[in-house]
Design a protein around this ligand. Structure first.
Ligand SMILES: NC(=O)c1cc2c(N)ncc(C(N)=O)c2s1
Length: 317
């Protein structure tokens, strides 16, 4: 490796680390001026050696020309929708069905905030971000790699040379949504109705420069196709995704029975306003993966998970 290539690799690693600290850990270690200086140095060196620019360089997050259209992507593992619960009795019925189906008295659940955004799937090949797609109809989605690359909390390469597919929710934080609509009103453009529509509208753009300007973010919460998949519980998978460098929502909790689940749900019902992003409920999953394989899915939804839906929140204004 030449001296220039070593210098480029060092600068790229430095920017990737700064991005990880700022956008994934929400804990920057250098001031913005330092970040800008290192990024400018990298851009300058790449301009002097264009033949050494690599696709995983942080300077390549915002692509060049807009796409002519979207290509279709088949999801190797279907992205299912969740059955809904609307009250405590629905949750207790779910729990009873689960324990009867498994012939067990006790089941550990994992509760997670249900992010009100756009479900996406990210595929990594040997640790490099290869392709990202919308959920679509659950089997076929649209390739939106060019837009997902602009989300700085999505790592362009992960900490292991894994070939893995991860699922999550891309979203627009409330603050970004308010600023975007203010700017649109000033330009006499139609404001977005809610952050979910704004995120979906941003990710369905053909020009990545538009998505890059929308301050989108993402939380990952599941694994799709995964060769080395061995971990026995969903909670271990969340921890593993975090160790790989993915952004995991920190509010997840393991609950040892449905009463704890109901307490968690009620706790968040009245604290949504405290969050920097919109949620439309709580997702409850059985923690043990072996139980998922026993209960399996209906044509549409897993039997080992349910979404508790919150009443529609008053609009973010
Ligand atoms: N449709 C689905 O399967 C899901 C949808 C969502 C969502 N919008 N937010 C969070 C999770 C999660 N943490 O599992 C899930 S799972």
């Amino acid at each position: 490796m030449s001296e220039v290539e070593k210098k480029l690799a060092t600068l790229r690693q430095q920017i990737n680390d700064y991005n990880y600290q700022y956008h994934v850990l929400d804990a920057p270690t250098v001031p913005d001026a330092e970040y800008d200086h290192v990024m400018q140095t990298l851009r300058q060196l790449e301009a002097e050696h264009p033949e050494l620019v690599t696709v995983d360089s942080p300077t390549q997050r915002v692509g060049g020309e807009p796409l002519a259209g979207f290509t279709k992507v088949e999801h190797t593992v279907p992205m299912l929708s969740l059955a809904n619960a609307f009250n405590e009795q629905d949750l207790r019925n779910f729990d009873r069905r689960v324990r009867e189906g498994l012939a067990v008295d006790q089941v550990d659940y994992v509760c997670e905030l249900k992010i009100d955004g756009l479900a996406v799937s990210l595929r990594y090949q040997d640790g490099q971000f290869q392709q990202g797609a919308t959920r679509g109809d659950g089997s076929i989605g649209e390739d939106i790699t060019h837009n997902l690359r602009t989300i700085r909390s999505i790592p362009l390469k992960i900490k292991e040379k894994q070939t893995i597919e991860v699922r999550g929710e891309a979203f627009m934080p409330k603050r970004s949504f308010l600023a975007l609509n203010e700017a649109r009103l000033e330009r006499e453009e139609e404001p977005f109705a809610n952050p979910r529509n704004a995120a979906a509208g941003s990710l369905r753009q053909l020009d990545p420069k538009i998505a890059a300007a929308r301050n989108l973010d993402i939380y990952l919460y599941a694994v799709g196709k995964w060769e080395a998949g061995t971990l026995a519980t969903h909670s271990e998978r969340l921890t593993y995704l975090q160790e790989l460098g993915f952004k995991i929502n920190p509010e997840w909790r393991k609950c040892q029975d449905i009463d704890e689940v109901i307490n968690y749900v009620n706790g968040w019902l009245n604290h949504r306003a405290d969050l920097a992003y919109e949620i439309d409920g709580i997702v409850i999953k059985i923690d043990r993966i072996a139980y998922h394989d026993i209960l399996k899915t209906t044509a549409k939804s897993p039997r080992w998970a349910i979404a508790f839906k919150f009443p529609a929140e008053e609009a973010v204004t």
